[in-house]
Write a protein that binds this ligand. Structure first.
Ligand SMILES: *Cc1c(COP(=O)(O)O)cnc(C)c1O
Ligand code: SF4
Length: 350
């Protein structure tokens, strides 16, 4: 009867997420001078962060690497050449609504526009998503399309964050998907188990591990401080249910753009049963230019990681380019002055 009892813990934490900059600054004991820019930039893309993630931030530290991923700042208001609204050119592509087919054999289903957290560097900041994109009608069309296209053997649930949806709906979707004979794998791209570890509960594990399809969960964490005991436990539960668990990160200036941090992230992931998969160069999205790490610096970091870590703990450095048949691999490389060019002055490395 009581909705309190019927509502899973994660759903309550999600609905109580902090959305007012003032509340976040108060919660962490941060200076009031951060408020006006946070309000201004938050007007373009709203602040949103659950307490379970805030708990891993250091109180009183405006440079905390988790805080910087979520707090709106003045730099977001700057227009920088080359940073636009649709860097991946994914709007207006036609085809079946809610389905993105860019790579061979894999179809990506946009299940919802909602997320548990609003990451400041995300290209989603400019998408005119409705909160719930995966209306039943839309999935019907998407499922019909998938059933028809026998070249697809892997379905990727993405968004937004698919795990914002109730397990009831996800379970129904999963049932429909496993009825499509040519599908072999079900992949879920989600940041929820990082942001709200309680999201990994019995109901989730039931449909994820109960499918005929081989399941892969790709998490998204960028800094070792994101992986505390609760996240480790959640990830290990996924592993324990026979799911392959991978992680993708975004290389972010001032957050994880040093080899020490990136290596610590890989180690911490592995302790949680997770393998590093991709390290993405930032998509050039308007309002995120201050997170950009120049490619030569990124290549040097990749070389540094490769020299320090076992191969299986070294993520692939990639960039997504419109029109390419796969993500573009960026080779690790030395950072010499010549290729560094005009960025040398900015970072002062040479
Ligand atoms: C990244 C991505 C995929 C999956 O690519 P993998 O290299 O297999 O991880 C699929 N579809 C889209 C649109 C993507 O951006
Ligand atoms: S899609 Fe991923 S990166 Fe973007 S806001 Fe949602 S959780 Fe963050």
């Amino acid at each position: 009867m009581s909705t309190q009892q019927d509502t899973p813990a994660w759903r309550r934490q999600l609905s109580e997420a902090i959305q007012q900059p003032e509340r976040l600054l108060d919660r962490l004991g941060l200076p009031a001078s951060l408020l006006p820019p946070a309000v201004a930039a938050g007007g373009l893309f709203r602040l949103r962060v659950p307490e379970a993630f805030v708990r891993r931030m250091r109180a009183g530290d405006p440079d905390d690497p988790l805080l910087k991923q979520v707090l709106p700042v003045g730099a977001e208001l700057c227009d920088v050449a080359g940073f636009g609204d649709d860097p991946l050119q994914e709007t207006g592509r036609g085809g079946t609504p809610g389905v993105i087919e860019k790579y061979r054999g894999r179809s990506l289903l946009v299940t919802t526009g909602a997320c548990a957290v609003n990451c400041r560097y995300c290209f989603r900041r400019h998408f005119p998503y409705q909160q719930e994109r995966g209306e039943d009608g839309r999935w019907t069309a998407a499922l019909r399309h998938l059933a028809f296209d026998e070249s697809v053997n892997e379905i990727i649930l993405s968004g937004g964050d698919p795990l914002v949806l109730d397990d009831q709906r996800l379970s129904e979707l999963s049932d429909h998907l496993q009825d499509i004979p040519h599908l072999k794998r079900l992949r879920v791209h989600t940041r929820l188990p990082i942001v709200i570890p309680d999201r990994v509960n019995d109901a989730l594990l039931r449909w994820l591990s109960g499918s005929r399809l081989t399941t892969v969960v790709v998490l998204h964490a960028n800094h070792p401080n994101e992986i505390d005991a609760s996240v480790r436990q959640a990830a290990l539960r996924l592993r324990g249910a026979g799911i392959t668990v991978l992680n993708q990160s975004v290389l972010l200036a001032g957050i994880n753009d040093d080899a020490e941090t990136l290596c610590a992230l890989s180690e911490r992931l592995f302790e949680a049963g997770v393998l590093p998969y991709y390290l993405h160069l930032l998509d050039p999205v308007r309002g995120a230019a201050h997170f950009d790490v120049p490619e030569p610096r990124a290549r040097a970091l990749a070389a540094d990681m490769a020299a320090r870590l076992p191969g299986y703990l070294t993520p692939k450095l990639v960039r997504e380019e419109p029109g390419e048949p796969n993500k573009t691999l960026i080779a690790p490389g030395s950072q010499d002055c010549e290729e560094f060019g005009q960025n040398a002055a900015v970072t002062g490395i040479c």
